[in-house]
Design a protein around this ligand. Structure first.
Ligand SMILES: NC(=O)C1=CN([C@@H]2O[C@H](COP(=O)(O)OP(=O)(O)OC[C@H]3O[C@@H](n4cnc5c(N)ncnc54)[C@H](OP(=O)(O)O)[C@@H]3O)[C@@H](O)[C@H]2O)C=CC1
Ligand SMILES: O=CCCC(=O)O
Length: 284
């Protein structure tokens, strides 16, 4: 069965290669079309536009940077909507519930099926098929897409109506972004107060707040090395969208708001394309 894939950034590239490795036929499109070349080497076909990909495939997955990109690919000329009748569309980008619902309603109105399915997990889990998939939307379509989700992820959740996947993802990334800032402050405080920050990593790892992010990012942060796995500009976008969700629900989030300010500062310093752990540089 042919699957479409729109968006070959850090995540989309890893995910589509993974699908190809597991025997799926994949037709890809990326705004910067030259990024499709590497996928062709892995056996993919290329569609000239999102509409051309959707026309060719039973269903199409998108992994795009933000709400503006997600909306453009669906609603613009040569976009997904033009060919969606009788087809399926799965948006795995991290967006807000409002964006997801707008896309869902337009696709359904044109006779298509829709799932939102943002993911937890970054570049390496995407390469290894170890993502956590947070899906919501048409249940029958979810069941149909499970073979692909089983390749992309280690666990899929079906969360009910469209919007719930987006909200779950934003809550998770709000916690992650806040944790990253506390961690960065801890590393800096240890160093400035005369401790060995590597020893702090060992101590943290043996206690109740041991976690995968500290283990993965700590050693590279101590080397001031921030090769992007999860770009900082996307983490700041997620903090912004999570804070808006807090606003809507009258949830005070002073910790997340402070973390958002730190990520904004990092962006203003030109660090947006580095890994989100580069927020550490704002303390220097
Ligand atoms: N990296 C990570 O660890 C994770 C990221 N995510 C989420 O997944 C999504 C993708 O992330 P990631 O792969 O890291 O991001 P990248 O920045 O690496 O890739 C972004 C992709 O979106 C495309 N794009 C941007 N703007 C537009 C537009 N206006 N129209 C069409 N295409 C556009 C880019 O195309 P072009 O190549 O032309 O610029 C590129 O394919 C984001 O929503 C992110 O928050 C979720 C989990 C983990
Ligand atoms: O949205 C990005 C999440 C990154 C991660 O879960 O490690």
């Amino acid at each position: 069965m042919e699957i479409g894939f729109l968006g070959l950034g850090i995540m989309g590239k890893a995910m589509s290669i993974n699908l190809l490795r597991h025997g799926f036929k994949v037709t890809v499109w990326n705004r910067t079309l030259s990024k499709c070349d590497e996928l062709v080497e892995h056996g993919a076909s290329v569609g000239e536009t999102p509409a051309a990909v959707v026309k060719k495939c039973k269903y199409t997955i998108a992994m795009l940077s933000d709400p503006a990109a997600a909306l453009a690919v669906v609603f613009d000329k040569d976009g997904v909507l033009e060919q969606i009748n009788g087809k399926g569309y799965i948006d795995m980008s991290t967006v807000d519930a409002e964006t997801s619902i707008k896309i869902s309603e337009a696709i359904k109105a044109k006779g298509g099926d829709f799932l939102e399915a943002p993911v937890s997990g970054s570049k390496k889990p995407a390469e290894d098929g170890q993502l956590v998939i947070l899906a919501a939307g048409d249940k029958a379509f979810y069941d149909e897409a499970l073979p692909a989700f089983d390749v992309l992820g280690k666990k899929s959740f079906f969360l009910g109506e469209v919007g719930n996947g987006a909200k779950m993802k934003l809550v998770v990334n709000m916690v992650m972004g806040s944790m990253m800032n506390a961690f960065s402050e801890g590393l800096t405080l240890a160093e400035r107060s005369g401790l060995n920050p590597s020893t702090l990593l060992d101590v943290l790892d043996l206690g109740a707040i041991s976690n995968g992010m500290f283990k993965l990012k700590g050693p590279t942060m101590l080397k001031n090395s921030y090769a992007p796995a999860f770009p900082l500009k996307h983490q700041q976008k997620d903090m912004r969208l999570a804070l808006a969700l807090g606003d809507e629900n009258a949830v005070p989030m002073p910790v997340a708001a402070a973390a958002n300010e730190a990520f904004k500062k990092a962006r203003s310093l030109g660090l947006g394309d580095l890994d989100f752990s580069a927020v550490h540089e704002t303390l220097k």
